[in-house]
Design a protein around this ligand. Structure first.
Ligand code: COA
Length: 355
């Protein structure tokens, strides 16, 4: 534990102090989809790497999944819900346009002292919400912020459109962002902590991936319903090209900002959109696949939930050790992207382990 403290995030050191996730029980396989759509397991597997996804029960909304994940993260953090100062929910499938999905999550979790708001940044929403939480805790505006990525994307998918219906799945993941506990602040590598972010957006690509109707640009009408414009529409090829180049570029930029290089990264956790995108991007970036976490074969693209879902599983599988350098990478509608570099060391657990 020596060397200078790595930080491009100013203020007090902050960390992920609690982690949790929730997945609905219903599994929808590629074969199930092939029975109702003109597609096949072979096509989906070869083009995306996805074998199955989870689908929420009818009547369950994004907040229901988010509440379950948030409760798990709160319990993992050891905090009482009333210690949370802000709840941020990142989602592309909010309960409603208003109010924020986060308001119900905060209420149901007993976060009685918390503000609540949603972040809309396509599938990059979780990384954006994490950056806001990290900045607020670092600056001392809040001590603990609950960040929830929650999606019931199955409600906004056009189940007659094989080009999108096969790609997505439902799920939720949550983290609690807190100050690094003093007991583990060594001043060098191994302290645990969020080091920096690289966020970006290119609005010229807004129509490449969108839900066209239901907002103020194209309000709901009989015509929008008939034209199926309340469902997600995507130009897959354009998204693919964008994602491959932005992952390599943004991941490289956050490493540079923090004075680190690809060879320092212990675990790369990219947004789980498509295995081909991940394979191409890591080749460009120069990260070996052994240091890349994927679980999209089981869950498909769960949008804002995909990164916290990966973190939860990676930790359970022993692939996240205190002091590991972890690179998170989100990308999606906007077009938007966001990379985050952090040194793993979950608050309470880190204190226990290090005595
Ligand atoms: C969607 C994606 C898998 C499609 O792969 P692709 O190789 O670009 O395929 P194309 O769209 O060119 O379509 C090729 C053919 O497959 C067909 N096709 C599309 N979806 C299909 C499906 N589910 N099953 C079978 N065939 C399908 C197309 O109709 C087309 O047929 P045609 O040649 O007769 O016209 C790929 O573009 C992709 O991964 N894009 C990124 C999507 C993404 O990750 N979005 C979320 C970002 S957060």
């Amino acid at each position: 534990m020596s060397g200078p403290r790595l930080a491009s995030l100013a203020g007090r050191p902050v960390t992920i102090g609690g982690l949790g996730s929730y997945l609905p029980g219903r599994v929808l396989t590629n074969e199930d989809l092939a029975a109702v759509l003109n597609t096949s397991d072979a096509w989906i597997t070869q083009r995306t790497g996805i074998k199955q996804r989870r689908v929420a029960e009818s009547g369950a909304s994004s907040s229901d999944l988010g509440i379950a994940a948030a409760r798990a993260a709160l319990s993992d953090s050891g905090l009482s819900p009333d210690e949370i100062g802000l709840v941020i929910t990142a989602t592309i499938s909010p309960d409603r346009i208003m109010p924020a999905t986060a308001s119900r999550v905060a209420y149901e979790c007993g976060c009685t002292n918390a503000g609540a708001c949603d972040v809309s940044a396509g599938c990059t929403g979780f990384v954006y919400a994490l950056s806001m939480a990290a900045g607020m805790v670092a600056a001392g505006l809040h001590d603990h912020v609950l960040v929830v990525g929650a999606e019931v994307i199955s409600r906004v998918l056009d189940w007659e459109d094989r080009s999108t219906a096969v790609l997505f799945g439902d799920g939720a993941g949550a983290v609690v962002v807190s100050p690094v506990p003093e007991a583990v602040m060594t001043g060098g590598r191994g302290s645990g902590g969020i080091l920096g972010f690289d966020l970006g957006s290119d609005g010229s690509g807004e129509e490449i991936l969108m839900i066209p109707a239901g907002g103020s640009r194209l309000p709901a009408s009989c015509a929008t319903v008939e034209a199926r414009q309340h469902y997600m529409q995507m130009n897959g090829r354009e998204v693919y090209k964008f994602a491959v180049q932005v992952v390599a570029r943004s991941a490289g930029r956050v490493l540079e900002k923090c004075g680190l290089s690809v060879s320092d990264v212990d675990l790369f956790v990219p947004h789980q959109a498509n295995l081909r995108i991940i394979e191409k991007a890591i080749k460009k970036l120069g990260i070996h696949e052994d240091r890349v976490y994927t679980n999209l074969e089981k869950y498909g693209n769960t949008s804002c939930a995909s990164i916290p879902l990966c973190l939860t599983e990676a930790r359970a599988e022993g692939r996240l050790k205190n002091g590991d350098l972890v690179l998170l990478m989100g990308f999606g509608a906007g077009l938007s992207w966001g990379a985050c570099l952090l040194e793993w060391g979950c608050g309470r657990g880190a204190v226990d382990e290090r005595g």
